[in-house]
Ligand binder design. Structure first.
Ligand code: C2E
Ligand code: CA
Ligand code: CA
Length: 713
């Protein structure tokens, strides 16, 4: 601040202050001359009139206190009056005539001319407003810069050429975990030491930093690994002022956060939101990987497609949030079925997939059984308890597909096959099913024509009592000779008919035909029970029991001479509904047996509950008799189970005396197979069997069973 020091010869009276006005006029600052006693303004300069917005006339003669704009300011003048010889400085607000307040700095110097007892005050006033304003602007700018610094996600450090800290943001300190006291003290050495200690290789870090600092124009970017596992990206740029480098700006970015975010995005893209399981896309990648591994190690693996049965009903009746809970629980149960290395994925909706490494058909089957087992436990939510079943399709690598897409499609096809044939079990993908759609459609079309044109026939395979060698019944098996293709095996066309639904029509034809045949034999005086195969889809028809009743009525065949062969899967899917249907059929007096017993999901539970009279041991178990240890064990177990439940047991596919002897010793009741006869045309059947007369009343036939109220003795 410029201090005005004035040398002059003062006038003796205020009136003679006029000459001093010229003197004041020569000053750069606003200046007033005030009478020390009366505190009246004696002279002013133009700068002062401009500063205060008042003319010289307005100001002259006025008391200087009248310029005070605040009580404190008025006090100031009083104080000045009490210390006439002092020099006083103060920063204060003064009011411009237009009302605007001005920041000023003011200095009062007391002047006492020699030889006079008169005291004058020279009041110099400097306008600080502009200075204040630029200070405020600078502060605002700094605050703005700091806010900008703070608002970036990166840590920023600005240093001078010697590497000393000039500014930084909080993110910088937090990224490096530098204690705040070190930052507040701006303790460069301590901060540098801290940073060096936080990295994995302190020496390399220091070397690199020195290289950066030694080259003021260098722009650099590198990666720093911290000992806590995080990775920082460091970018450093020179900072210039008027074209000369004055320091350096470092920015640090936490790459591990970015990497974690990328990983999370990746996870989200690869997982199912509801269950957290890998999704279809992730599964496809894992299957691809499994294939690479499997090829290298020549080890097979399995892909299972698991679809919940009737999940829509749960959703529709209990609501979606309830459905979601079920899906989550299913996900947990599926996970529990597998080893750590295997994968459960959710493909969408109620469809899941299991990837099982190093699994052949047996391994896949075990997994599928574990899944059925896991699902069979009741689901308990709130007060509700219910069961959920699922259909599982199995595809094996390399047999069922060369890539992820093909394998997934194969497993899905096999799953659909399970759905169509009654749900609630598992099935392997069969290449046979891969016969292209066109040829399946052709076959389906040909079947429809065959039915119309009467190309189907029924053959009858005798069933023999193991104790006395008597034929006690016959299984009706369909035969089809296509004029162009020749004989087509039911193993080939029945699955296609099941897939298209045409099996319902074929099944009804078989039922009528077989019942008609048995009725015709009976009319001829020959009582020969017939067994008819029933497909799942056929059994599921709501009018199935009615159809059976009607067919029996029309033919006049006693119901006890008809046996229906059902598969386990029919009974397991929707057990309640199956039970009702079986009860309706049992009420008609029809017999029922379980075909292919042992190949499905055998459960003692349903055997006890359902009105069944007979178990048919599948021919795949008979094949290995008597030598195969495991087949022998299974066959023995089935026979014992049958005995415990008072069910008759029949073995199918018996081709050798040794098989027959084993079965007889094990306590099996009946058998059928090539050993005695294949399925024969009705005429051949009569020829072959009628030669042996039916023994009068003794061995239990199915008429007898009926008399015992549905239980065999
Ligand atoms: P299935 O019900 O297990 O029928 C027994 C199959 O074993 C028959 O094959 C029969 O010819 C065959 N078989 C009988 N004895 C022996 C033997 O000693 N050794 C061997 N290796 N096989 C023997 P088929 O007639 O080819 O029938 C195959 C399957 O087609 C049947 O298996 C059944 O699931 C289905 N099927 C046949 N006819 C009908 C039908 O009218 N309706 C329905 N829904 N399915 C049928
Ligand atoms: Ca059968
Ligand atoms: Ca069978």
């Amino acid at each position: 601040m410029t201090v005005v020091s004035l040398q002059f010869s003062p006038p003796h009276t205020p009136d003679s202050a006029e000459p001093f006005a010229a003197l004041l006029e020569g000053l750069l600052e606003a200046a007033l001359l005030v009478d020390g006693r009366s505190r009246c303004i004696l002279a002013v300069n133009t700068v002062a009139t401009q500063l205060l917005g008042m003319s010289a006339d307005q100001l002259l003669g006025q008391s200087v206190e009248s310029l005070a704009s605040t009580p404190e300011d008025a006090m100031f003048w009083m104080e000045a009056a009490g210390n006439p010889a002092a020099t006083l400085n103060s920063d204060t607000l003064m009011r411009h005539a237009n009302g605007q307040m001005l920041w000023v700095t003011r200095r009062i110097s007391a002047v006492k001319p020699a030889g006079s007892n008169q005291t004058y005050w020279l009041v110099a006033i400097r306008d600080l407003s502009r200075q204040r304003q630029s200070e405020e602007e600078r502060e605002a700018l700094v605050a703005e810069l700091q806010a900008t610094l703070e608002s970036t996600a990166d840590g920023i450090l600005v240093t001078d050429l010697a590497g000393r800290m000039r500014s930084f943001n909080r993110r910088f300190a937090s990224l490096w975990g530098i204690p705040s006291d070190l930052m507040l003290e701006r303790n460069d050495d301590a901060v540098q030491t801290w940073m060096r200690r936080s990295v994995i290789d302190g020496a390399a870090y220091a070397q690199r930093l020195a290289a950066i600092e030694e080259a003021p124009l260098l722009q650099s970017s590198d990666v720093i690994k911290l000992s806590d596992g995080r990775v920082l990206e460091r970018v450093s740029l020179p900072q210039f002022s008027r074209g000369r480098p004055i320091g350096r700006v470092y920015s640090f970015r936490d790459l591990s956060e970015k990497m974690a975010a990328n990983q999370r995005i990746d996870e989200l893209a690869h997982s199912d939101m509801l269950t957290g399981l890998p999704n279809r896309r992730a599964l496809a990648e894992r299957v691809d990987y499994a294939q690479a591994m499997a090829r290298r190690e020549s080890a097979p693996f399995a892909l299972l497609n698991v679809d919940l049965d009737r999940f829509k009903q749960i959703n529709d009746t209990l609501g979606h949030s309830y459905g979601d809970r079920v899906l989550k629980e299913v996900a947990e149960r599926l996970k529990a079925c597998l080893r750590e290395v295997d994968t459960v994925a959710r493909l969408g909706g109620d469809e899941f997939a299991l990837l099982i490494h190093q699994a052949d058909a047996r391994g896949a089957e075990n997994a599928a059984r574990r899944v059925q087992e896991a699902m069979s436990r009741p689901f308990n939510f709130d007060t509700l308890s219910f069961t959920v079943t699922c259909s599982t399709g199995i595809a094996l690598f390399p047999g069922d597909g060369a890539n992820a897409e093909e394998l997934m499609a194969s497993a899905e096809r096999a799953m659909h096959w399970v759905k169509e044939s009654g749900r609630s079990t598992f099935h392997f993908h069969q290449p046979r099913k891969d016969v292209d759609l066109l040829s399946r459609m052709r076959l389906d079309h040909a079947m429809r024509q065959a039915l119309q044109e009467g190309q189907f026939r029924l053959h009858y395979q005798p069933q023999i009592d193991l104790r006395n060698g008597q034929v006690i019944g016959a299984e009706a098996l369909i035969r089809w000779r296509d004029p162009l293709r020749g004989e087509i095996s039911p193993g080939e066309f029945i699955p296609v008919a099941e897939e298209s639904g045409f099996i319902v029509a074929i099944g009804e034809w078989v039922l009528r035909q077989a019942v008609e045949q048995a009725a015709s034999w009976l009319r001829q005086g020959w009582r020969m029970p017939v067994a008819v195969n029933v497909s799942a889809l056929q059994f599921q028809q709501s009018q199935f029991a009615d159809t059976v009743a009607q067919v029996l009525r029309q033919s006049g065949l006693p119901p006890g001479l008809l046996e229906l062969e059902l598969t386990e899967s029919i009974l397991l899917r929707d057990a309640e509904e199956a039970l009702h249907r079986l009860q309706a059929l049992a009420a008609l007096g029809v017999c029922m047996s379980i075909d292919d017993f042992g190949t499905g999901y055998s459960s003692l539970g349903y055997l006890k509950r359902f009105p069944i009279q007979r178990l048919k041991i599948d021919r795949s178990f008979v094949k290995g008799l008597p030598g195969d240890f495991s087949d022998a064990g299974i066959v023995n177990a089935i026979i014992q189970m049958g005995q415990a439940l008072r069910l008759h047991v029949i073995a199918e596919g018996v081709e050798t005396e040794a098989q027959k002897d084993f079965l007889a010793r094990a306590g099996c009741d009946e058998f059928q197979g090539f050993l005695y006869a294949p399925a024969l045309a009705p005429h051949a059947f009569e020829e072959r069997v009628w030669r042996r007369p039916l023994p009068p009343p003794s061995p239990p036939g199915r008429v007898g069973m009926k008399l015992m109220g549905g239980l065999l003795v």
